[in-house]
Design a protein around this ligand. Structure first.
Ligand code: UDP
Length: 467
């Protein structure tokens, strides 16, 4: 009888930011259900943070490596949530220090040689690493295909402004379907801070260029949402292949999804049980952004004036008006620290979501049939908001950016009027997109098939001997 085939050994390398690592682990969980041999690279403090999630995929081995030391970063920082956006380039650059330790480890794996690398698209240096050891690499994208295309187009073309002081100057993307244009200030800070010849900038740029040499991108998105960007033109941009595998089903919807909760998940669920269907507004700006003081003040006052029921998940450092929490106690719930976002969005009482349009939040809202109110702040969020408001028309803009402050009365009016709406076109479209999302990941659905196809490609890989 033929000896059972040794499963391919896949090395998983996530980027240590919650918005990247959470879907990456959801993806890894799918691989673990197919009995691949899996090893994930983590640094010690991320291991502590992620242990609850990793414990749900017990077959994944961990390779814990010290965070590479960098003279430019504060000591003990291992996750981008602990850094201001101005340090992201340095953080991305520092992580490339894992190249040599990972290479040595791969070379030591004589009994179970690595057959492929799946790594975050912020870790482009894993592409030459994969090449050096002779295995393919798949770039994992936790962004929309549209956002991924914009970011890669920027670093490939390096479009410049005519007037380097004009933040509103329009940058166009003729090679992306619909030829979108964005004011310079709405583009990722990673690109806006790029300086030709600066070693960190050039390393970040090279990271994105290396992604083009990968087997392709596994993207947490689905065809019904982003079909417009999945056809031929992205090949012109340099993308070889995109597997749309989303929305990836969360391994865990509650307490353990990538953060340490301040209270219990059941507390917010019990609170939500009191309210009518689709009558509550949920507010969150994700795992990184802290709402600037003036914006937080105005949003708080507008919420109070509007009288809407709300759950507001905020970072600990968000500043609120004096006595706000006591005054709104019967209308709203404030969660400081980590919130069980998926559980909140899935609750039938939640109908609306003010979000910064981080891609995971977007997918979680669509999946739950919750209508999005966009308030993009940074990174790929303006691009995501454009996709949601203009291309797919599943969302309503409420505000944008972190510098200007909305007018209190006007915001209160918008919130009051919007949250009472029922059965509008945008709500129906959002619900329909939610059904499409569910359909995509169901057996036989488009993302289900793409994921199966990708896993079959991985299964076909030879188990190579290390030399
Ligand atoms: N998240 C959460 N609780 C929080 C804040 C965030 O569970 O209090 C999760 C959220 O559900 C999402 C991820 O963290 O899965 C945030 O990713 P997203 O892309 O939305 O935004 P980012 O944090 O990257 O800006």
């Amino acid at each position: 009888m033929a000896k059972p085939r040794q499963p391919p050994h896949i090395l998983l390398i996530p980027f240590p930011a919650q918005g990247h690592i959470i879907p990456f682990l959801d993806f890894s969980h799918h691989l673990s259900l197919q009995n691949f041999s899996l090893t994930i690279v983590v640094t010690p403090s991320n291991l502590t943070l992620l242990s609850p999630l990793l414990s749900l995929s017990p077959s994944i081995q961990t390779l814990s490596l010290p965070f590479p030391s960098s003279p430019h970063l504060p000591p003990n920082v291992e996750n981008s949530k602990d850094l201001p956006p101005s340090s992201f380039s340095l953080f991305i650059h520092a992580l490339a220090g894992l190249y040599s330790p990972i290479l040595s480890w791969i070379k030591s794996q004589t009994d179970n040689p690595v057959s492929a690398i799946v790594s975050d698209f912020f870790l482009g240096w894993t592409q030459p690493l994969a090449k050096e050891v002779g295995v393919p690499r798949i770039a994992f994208s936790s962004s929309a295909v549209f956002g991924t295309a914009v970011l890669h187009s920027l670093f490939r073309r390096l479009p410049q402004r005519l007037d380097s002081t004009d933040d509103l100057e329009l940058i166009s993307f003729a090679e992306i379907p619909g030829s979108p244009v964005f004011p310079f200030r709405e583009l990722s800070f990673l690109y806006r801070s790029y300086r030709e010849g600066d070693p960190v900038s050039e390393a970040v740029r090279q990271n994105f260029l290396w992604n083009f040499d990968s087997w392709g991108f596994a993207s947490n998105t689905f065809k019904a949402l982003e079909g417009a960007y999945l056809e031929h033109p992205l090949v012109d941009l340099g993308f070889r292949k995109i597997w749309t595998v989303g929305p990836l089903t969360p391994i865990d919807c509650g307490i353990n999804r990538g953060g340490v909760m301040s209270g219990s998940a059941s507390e917010v669920v019990t609170w939500l049980d009191r309210w009518d269907e689709k009558s509550v507004l949920y507010i969150s700006f994700g795992s990184q952004a802290v709402l600037p003081r003036m914006q937080a003040m105005v949003l708080a006052t507008a919420l109070e004036k509007s009288g809407v029921h709300f759950v507001w998940a905020m970072r600990d450092s968000t500043i609120l008006p004096e006595g706000f929490e006591e005054r709104i106690a019967d209308k709203g719930m404030i969660i400081k620290g980590w919130a069980p976002q998926v559980a909140i969005l899935s609750h039938c009482a939640v109908g609306w979501f003010i979000t910064h349009c981080g891609w995971n939040s977007v997918l979680e809202a669509l999946t739950a049939g919750v209508t999005i109110l966009t308030w993009p702040m940074a990174a790929d969020q303006f691009v995501n908001a454009r996709l949601l408001v203009e291309s797919t028309r599943v969302a309503i803009p409420v505000w944008e950016g972190s510098s200007e402050v909305p007018q209190e009365e006007e915001l209160a009016k918008v919130l009051k009027e919007t949250v009472s709406l029922k059965g509008t076109e945008v709500q129906n479209r959002a619900k329909e997109m939610g059904r499409e999302a569910a359909q995509a990941v169901r057996e036989g659905g488009s993302s289900y098939q793409e994921l199966e196809g990708l896993m079959q490609e991985l299964w076909k890989l030879e188990v190579k001997q290390v030399n």
